[in-house]
Design a protein around this ligand. Structure first.
Ligand code: 2RA
Length: 340
């Protein structure tokens, strides 16, 4: 016996990956429905060998459905997630709307799986931001061993994090550099993204940091440990899929680089590729379609007493969004909503 599962936002980058991953991981589904906004109605989505025709999110009745994976953005989430939750369907939401709500757990199953038990206050579980998800997977096993005091992270985030429009802009702008008459001005991004990098993701806050940078701070504290200090610089780069992060970690206790590598090799969700030779590290193109958070370039930071540097790469549409949401559904199924 399986679950009755809803995927809302099924035609977007993340919604499509949610359907792919549910099928790939053989999530026990009795019935599945793909929902979309009215403008995408009738379009088709793949679910394993099957083709699903999308139904209207606006008129959908969530009564009798067990789990809804939402990838519709904060505005639509604000309307439809409470509707689903009230009908008794547990919402796993990829938007940022509920992430900082104390009555909504924010979960990365490799890090704080027990937090799913808090779902029942609102019948909603939040999925973290992509850049946080991969980072906390890497930090957790090191924190357990040597207690992290402070993290300094710089991100190199792919355009798929900004949705299909972001991917189209990189593609069109790149082509437009070579084809006269097809030049494309920035629209989705604030500056040219082709052959450029942009140190600006999400809106600016009064503090001078961006909301994306603030999210990495607030979410790491909520998921992993409120005592960890995080400072981030988030940068958009002309890569289609796969976010990369250069992470500097300061610990309370000494941690040798070889021990850090051994710990990470054993850690759930982590794949270490770390040879000190040409190509002995992972880049975003190699992580696409994979489940793992890849760690490379593990080395001592000799400028502080207890420091480690590392390079962390993951598929932002998978571990950073759809995979993590499906893993939350699996955790919920194993611990709470047992069937069969
Ligand atoms: C981005 N973090 O990469 C966002 C997506 N959730 O823009």
């Amino acid at each position: 016996m399986g679950y009755r599962v809803v995927v809302a936002g099924a035609t977007g980058n993340v919604g499509r990956e949610m359907l792919n991953i549910l099928a790939e991981r053989e999530f026990p589904v009795d019935e599945i429905v793909a929902l979309a906004s009215r403008k995408s109605l009738g379009s088709e989505c793949s679910f394993g060998d099957r083709t699903l025709k999308t139904k209207d999110l606006d008129t959908f009745d969530f009564t009798g459905w067990d789990i809804a994976l939402f990838a519709v953005g904060s505005e639509a989430t604000a309307i439809y997630a409470p509707r689903a939750a009230k009908a008794g369907c547990v919402v796993i939401d990829n938007s940022s709307l509920y992430r900082y709500d104390p009555d909504v757990p924010l979960v990365v199953p490799e890090v704080n799986p027990e937090a799913v038990l808090g779902y029942s206050k609102k019948n909603i579980i939040a999925n973290p931001n992509c850049s946080t998800a991969q980072m906390v997977v890497a930090l957790k096993p090191l924190h357990d061993r040597a207690t992290i005091k402070r993290v300094v992270v710089s991100t190199y985030q792919s355009v798929s994090g900004a949705g299909k429009e972001g991917m189209d802009e990189l593609w069109d702008q790149t082509k437009g550099m070579y084809v006269p008459g097809q030049e494309r001005a920035p629209k989705k991004f604030t500056k040219q993204i082709a052959f450029n990098v942009i140190p600006h993701i999400d809106k600016f806050l009064d503090s001078g940091e961006t909301k994306e940078e603030w999210k990495m701070v607030a979410e790491t504290k909520k998921i992993l440990d409120t005592r960890i200090k995080v400072t981030a610089t988030c940068v958009r780069v002309p890569v289609f899929v796969g976010h990369s992060e250069a992470i500097n970690i300061e610990f309370e206790n000494f941690l040798d680089e070889d021990e850090a590598r051994d710990i990470l090799r054993e850690a759930p969700g982590v794949m270490v590729i770390d040879k000190r030779e040409d190509g002995g590290y992972v880049t975003p193109v190699e992580c696409v379609g994979d489940y793992a958070t890849f760690i490379s370039r593990i080395r001592q930071d000799s400028t502080i007493d207890n420091g480690i540097n590392l390079w962390c790469v993951s598929d932002n549409l998978r571990k950073g969004a759809a995979l993590n949401a499906v893993q939350i559904a699996e955790t919920l199924g194993n611990r709470v909503l047992k069937k069969g």
